[in-house]
Ligand binder design. Structure first.
Ligand code: SF4
Length: 477
């Protein structure tokens, strides 16, 4: 956002605690407690339950007027007791909201005191400071992963061949795809967080308050033993990086890669897995790669018509821009509501050779995005549902990807990563461009070659033309 634009209208982001909520939902038998006023947890639950189409339980310490003035310590401690009694979780994430941070609540101290005065057995408590105004869901998500490993990983007794994979905020179906790929290389792994089941639970007759699945606490504790960490977070600053902590503290080497969307980004992941595992790339992956190249050949002739705007989480914008670049779709506008130092530089790198310079917006809002979409004649948007009003008002089609998607079903089943997911996403993009072409074919042709004339020009042309015709007629005779 420019220095002149201090007012945010329809921010292109959500607040830090919602990122924390998604991260903690990927830990086995975990619950989240938000220290603050009640509305924050309602807001998070509402967005998450419409996106994942799952029941989402998030506890709140429900600070009231008294707590706001005198401090919310008692609320937080009582909230922890209630939560333990009602849910019997194995891990509790305790995160702050705007209110708790503004009144200066020290959750580390309060939770340390709670631990000292209560018999908690194997229950693990993790604290993360996530003021809503401290960043977006992107920072909240990665900071929570960093705090989880800082507070839970134990000193390794020995090294193993296991690898750690730090996953970005992607769908449960995409986590399942990552697992399939890791298993094809016969790797033993810990994936953090693992929302494959917790946020896409199979239907069962019995309702469970905390869904099955998620990264096991004992696996997290042993992440320091790993042979390597792959962090799918090319734009993540080291202060937010769980992988950077594991490297600094336990000398676990890091491979930092972009989200594997697109041929090049998928190749990067597959080649690293081949290197780490010491195995050949499995034949099935080679086949999938070949099919993706075939799709790229089939669709490239249509994609040159695309003038795309991409918005949402920095990692997703970066990876999908890379896919567009590979396939001839012009990435005219790339925007995020997060304030990420590397966002502009990384996107400049992949768009440097373009004839038309791309516009990159960091820390922006939908008012600014909409203005540029109209000014730069964008004909396709790729991003979350928060941009849907631009589709409604200005008629620019929106392919929904990322988080949140609350006006369509199937967000938890979207699979855009690896060769297979890229194939599906590329088809969606190309088909949208084809639909645009066919829907507007006659109108475009008419506008381009048969412009309607204004009344005065029509009258003039008619007179001139009649005169010329008359002259010609005389001459001919
Ligand atoms: S911005 Fe602050 S007050 Fe609003 S939901 Fe987020 S944490 Fe709560």
């Amino acid at each position: 956002m420019s220095e002149l634009k201090k007012l945010n209208v329809n921010p292109c982001k959500m607040c830090m605690p919602i990122g924390a909520a998604i991260a903690f939902k990927g830990i086995e038998n975990s619950m989240l407690l938000m220290h603050g006023s009640q509305g924050c947890s309602t807001y998070m639950r509402r967005h998450m339950s419409t996106h994942y189409e799952e029941p989402i339980d998030i506890a709140s310490s429900s600070i009231d007027e008294q707590g706001t003035v005198y401090g919310g310590e008692d609320n937080l401690k009582q909230g922890l007791k209630n939560l333990i009694e009602l849910y019997s979780p194995g891990v509790i994430g305790i995160v702050t909201t705007c209110l708790a941070e503004t009144i200066g609540e020290d959750i580390r101290r309060i939770v340390a005191d709670f631990k000292q005065n209560n018999e908690l057995g194997s229950l693990a408590l993790v604290t993360v400071s996530t003021p809503g105004y401290g960043g977006s869901q992107f920072e909240g998500y990665y900071l929570s992963l960093r705090r989880i490993v800082e507070q839970l990983v134990e000193e390794p007794a020995h090294k193993t061949k296991k690898i750690n994979l730090i996953a970005p905020n992607i769908s449960p179906a995409e986590i399942r795809e990552l697992k399939r790929i890791l298993e094809l290389f016969k790797l033993d792994y810990t994936i953090l967080p693992d929302i494959a089941q917790t946020l896409a639970a199979p239907y069962t007759a019995d309702y469970s308050k905390i869904p099955a699945g998620g990264t096991r606490l004992r696996s997290i504790k042993k992440m320091g033993e790993a042979a390597a960490t792959i962090e799918l977070g090319a734009l993540v600053d080291s202060s937010l990086s769980a992988a950077a902590y594991l490297e600094d503290k336990f000398a676990v080497p890091v491979y930092r890669l972009p989200l594997p969307i697109g041929l090049k980004n998928s190749d990067l992941l597959i080649n690293i897995l081949a290197e780490i595992s010491g195995r050949e790339i499995p034949a099935v992956l080679k086949e999938e790669r070949g099919r993706l190249i075939d799709t790229m050949i089939d669709s490239h002739k249509y994609n040159g018509q695309g003038r795309a705007a991409l918005f949402g989480d920095p990692e997703i914008v970066y990876a999908v821009s890379s896919l567009c670049q590979e396939n001839g779709v012009k990435t005219i506008l790339m925007a995020t509501g997060s304030n990420i130092a590397t966002f502009n530089n990384k996107l400049r790198e992949i768009t440097a050779a373009n004839r038309e310079q791309s516009l990159i917006l960091n820390d922006t809002d939908f008012e600014e995005i909409r203005n540029y979409i109209s000014e730069y004649k964008i004909n396709l948007m790729l991003g979350n549902s928060d941009g849907a009003f631009i589709e409604e008002k200005d008629g620019i089609p929106l392919l929904r990807i990322g988080f949140p998607i609350h006006d369509r079903v199937g967000a938890a089943r979207q699979q855009n990563i690896g060769y297979q997911g890229t194939n599906t996403l590329l088809d969606r993009i190309t088909n949208q461009l084809l639909a645009l072409k066919h829907d507007n074919f006659r109108e475009n042709l008419y506008q381009k070659y048969y412009q309607p004339l204004s009344k005065s020009i029509a009258a003039e042309s008619f007179t001139e033309q009649s005169f010329q015709t008359a002259e010609l007629s005389v001459g001919d005779q």
